[in-house]
Every structure is written in C-alpha cells, then in structure tokens.
Design a protein around this ligand. Sequence first.
Ligand code: CP
Length: 307
Amino acid sequence: MGGTLNRNQLNHFVSVEALTNEEVLSLIQRSEELKNGATPIRLHHEDKYAVNLFFENSTRTHKSFEMAETKLGMKVIDFEPSLSSLSKGESLYDTVLTLSAIGLDVAVIRHSSQDFYQELIDSPSITCSIINGGDGASQHPSQCLLDLMTIYEEFGYFENLKIAIVGDLTHSRVARSNMQMLKRLGATIFFSGPLEWYDDSFNQYGQNVPLDDLIDKVDVVMLLRVQHERHETYGNFSKTAYLNRYGLNEERERKMLDHAIIMHPAPVNRGVELQGSLVECARSRIVTQMTNGVYTRMAILEAVLEK
Ligand code: CP
C-alpha cells in the first residue's frame, strides 16, 4: 500500500493486497462510524485539494469520491482528460507530476492500464497521495472496501461466510479484489458463470460450481456486470439465455436462504445478470452498496490525509 504508517494512515490506496486484515477492519469500522454520524477526524479539510482523473467512464466511483471529498470539506479541482494536455500527448505520469507540483494533495485515478499507479507511487517527485479508482481488469480496491463494509454490516463477521461470485469473472476488477480479501478474511468463496470467463488462477481462492448447486447454500450472491467495454458479446448467449443459465432470476431467488443477500457493484445490466425486479427487492443490498461507497471513500481519504 505504498508504505503504511499507523492505524488508518496510508500513503496511497492502490490495492487491497497490500493492506493487512487489521487495516481493512479498521477502515470498515471507520466507515461505519462516519455512516453513523461521526465527525471527520479533522473537522475541516479546506486546505486539502483533491483531483479526480477518470479515463474510463464512471458514475458511482467518481461521484461518490466527489461526495466524500466535499463532505470532508476538501476542495475538488475539476479535471477533464479530453480538455487537458493529455490530448497533446502528455503522459499520465507527467500529468500527475504537474498536478502534484501545483499543490494537489490527493489524486483519485481510474485508468484502463493495469498497475498504472506503480510508477506514480514509486516517483520521489510525485508527493500527492494516489487512490486507485480501478485499473483495467486488475483491482478496484475502494469497491472492495465498500463491499466488505456492506457484508460486515449485514453479518458482523466474515469467517466461514459462504459467498458466491457470479458472472464475468475474468474481466472484473471487482471480482479480483473481492476474492483476495474475502478469502483472507476467512470467507469461503464459490465461483459461477460461463467457463470462458473463468481463469484457473481463481482456483486458489475458491471452487467453480454451477449456480443451481449453490443458490440454496450461500449467504451472499455477488453478481458481476457483463463487461461490454472489455469484450463484444454475452459469450455465445442472448441476454435472456444468459439470465436463465447464469443469472439470478426470481425462481432462483426464491431458493436462496432466508437471510441471504444479493450484491452487485453496478451498473446493472437489468435482465442479464439479474432479473430487473430483483434489483430493489428485500434481500438486495445494491442500493446500500452505493450509499456505503461514500462512507468508505471518506474513510480512505481520511487515512491518506492523516499520513
Ligand atoms: N461500481 C462501479 O465502479 O461503478 P462505476 O463504474 O459507475 O464507478
């Protein structure tokens, strides 16, 4: 994590792998406190400047970071990649070097390149904190943290929870971050979905099982968006065929354990990963995930501002 200091003090927030379990649990606890109305560590951060650089489209991550920055009293500097000197060929490195030099404290970045952040956090010239808002199909650490918060809020523990991660696994940075952390925190992971979107490297985290063999046994069904932007099709299936074979329809939902919950990082392809009527059903936590995203991002920002 680019050099961790004390509790809730981080130089950067770029990957969940580099966080200890204690740091993860501490950030979840802080997110809960903030959700329950706790005062931010420093009441005002008006001397702190944030910039959000999104090179891939985003609604939730971009706007909830902006909301979190605003709630903490930070100043948010506008940045639109197409209007910047990136269009003249300036590199990401030189762009962030510039933003750091002019006084930005935190840069939240989403980029299609895997590990884009490495050269930024390795540079002695870049002094702002880097937060990874998603790098290609590799990691989505703030989504992971908000997912963990949502699960912890529901169950109060991770040990031995049975969690099914279902769908477009190979293209999903959410799945990669979540399988690593959930396994480390003691949950039992199952995977399901089209075999062409499964990679044997996932075997170290869990077992690949047909959804119908899992649906009445797991505590959490975590559905993944089919990543249109990273491939062209639904595999060999129509949307309806995908839903019926790999998705969560009402018939499967009725078989879920009474206490089991549905999660999805969103945006949702309604009628593909899950039937539209289930997005806001009683056991869905999809809207809660969005709300929790603001508080986890406040906790992340606090941790890097307190470094
Ligand atoms: N879950 C998620 O990352 O959504 P956005 O792409 O809208 O940020």
